[in-house]
Design a protein around this ligand. Structure first.
Ligand SMILES: Nc1nc2c(ncn2[C@@H]2O[C@H](COP(=O)(O)OP(=O)(O)OP(=O)(O)O)[C@@H](O)[C@H]2O)c(=O)[nH]1
Ligand SMILES: [Mg+2]
Ligand SMILES: [Zn+2]
Length: 290
């Protein structure tokens, strides 16, 4: 019996990485009976003869992308093509916060921005940095310094790539580790047909980090948190909440709300507050999921 980490899964087989080697295993139906589904990133016990025996307890589990036990997520966001959407970014950030996965924000396609547009992006970056997020961006998206700074953060970690289809996840990985030679897509086609260039999740060795390249999405609807949890996932709101008049303030219509005051004073990004209200309503209106 050995322990390892699931590197990829394909039609009933699971490739398990253990002491630098890959073992092809299968699940034998024992997981299906228990309603368990082995995921990429799962730490497992397996029989090197070819059977997956046990999934060890998970630290976290994302739904999109479908991975388990990641330390970090590199959220790749296009500054253009497709246009930057703060809403889509915030959707991913609350899902990550709920799973206690640290995001690293990477802006791609900054080379396609005019100087004026780049100045607008810099203000957005400043806003997210102020909240406490680590943001990587550069006039030349793949400038050596920016890449080295990002690469430094990944060493020794299990990481997932995350982001819209066509955002440039695989392209970024190819810049970090050219030997990967991952397939990348033509963005205009991908957006029109809703097609993903990367079709499955797989863990790759990227300069001493284990990084999952993942298929992107066109929309993001992963809201498993409750409306009471939601305000804690907007970290700049959570920091102000003790100053709200009411304990458990939801920062909506309550009087004496420190978050609304900060919004009026321009200390909180309008887009963040708008997204918060939208996510709140989304969760309230969600059908219970039995
Ligand atoms: N100009 C420019 N093009 C980029 C940049 N990053 C990615 N692209 C292009 O955008 C297209 C999509 O890139 P991919 O790396 O395939 O995107 P992806 O996020 O992996 O997409 P999926 O695998 O479908 O989720 C490709 O044509 C890339 O060459 C960038 O920073 N600048
Ligand atoms: Mg890809
Ligand atoms: Zn409040």
């Amino acid at each position: 019996m050995k322990t390892g980490i699931i590197q990829q899964s394909l039609s009933g087989f699971y490739d398990v990485l253990a002491d630098g080697k890959l073992y092809r295993t299968r699940g034998r139906g024992n997981f299906r009976k228990r309603g368990q589904k082995p995921l990429v990133g799962d730490r497992v016990e397996f029989d090197p003869a070819g059977y997956l025996l046990k999934i060890l307890p998970r630290e976290n589990q994302l739904v999109r992308p479908l991975v388990a036990n990641v330390d970090l997520a590199v959220v790749v966001t296009a500054a253009k093509q497709p246009d930057f959407s703060p809403n889509l970014l915030d959707r991913q950030l609350v899902a990550l916060a709920w799973q206690k996965i640290t995001p690293l924000l990477f802006f791609s396609k900054t080379d396609l921005l005019t100087d004026d547009e780049f100045t607008v992006l810099e203000a957005v970056v400043a806003g997210y940095r102020e909240i406490g997020y680590r943001v990587f961006y550069n006039r030349d998206p793949f400038g050596q310094e920016a890449l080295a700074a990002l690469s430094d953060q990944l060493t020794g970690k299990v990481v997932t790539m995350m982001g819209q289809t066509g955002a440039g996840k695989s392209t970024l990985l190819n810049h970090l580790a050219p030997e990967l030679a991952l397939e990348t897509g033509v963005v205009s086609k991908a957006l029109k047909r809703g097609k993903h260039t990367t079709r499955k999740v797989s863990l790759l060795d990227v300069n001493g980090a284990l990084v999952a390249d993942t298929p992107g999405f066109s929309s993001y609807e992963d809201f498993p948190m409750t409306i009471d949890e939601l305000p804690t996932l907007f970290f700049e709101f959570a920091a102000l909440a003790p100053q709200c008049r009411f304990r458990g303030c939801r920062h909506l219509k309550e009087p004496g709300c420190a978050v609304k005051k900060a919004l009026e004073d321009g200390k909180i990004m309008q887009s963040r507050y708008r997204d918060y209200c939208q996510f709140h309503d989304l969760i309230v209106n969600q059908k219970p999921n039995y």
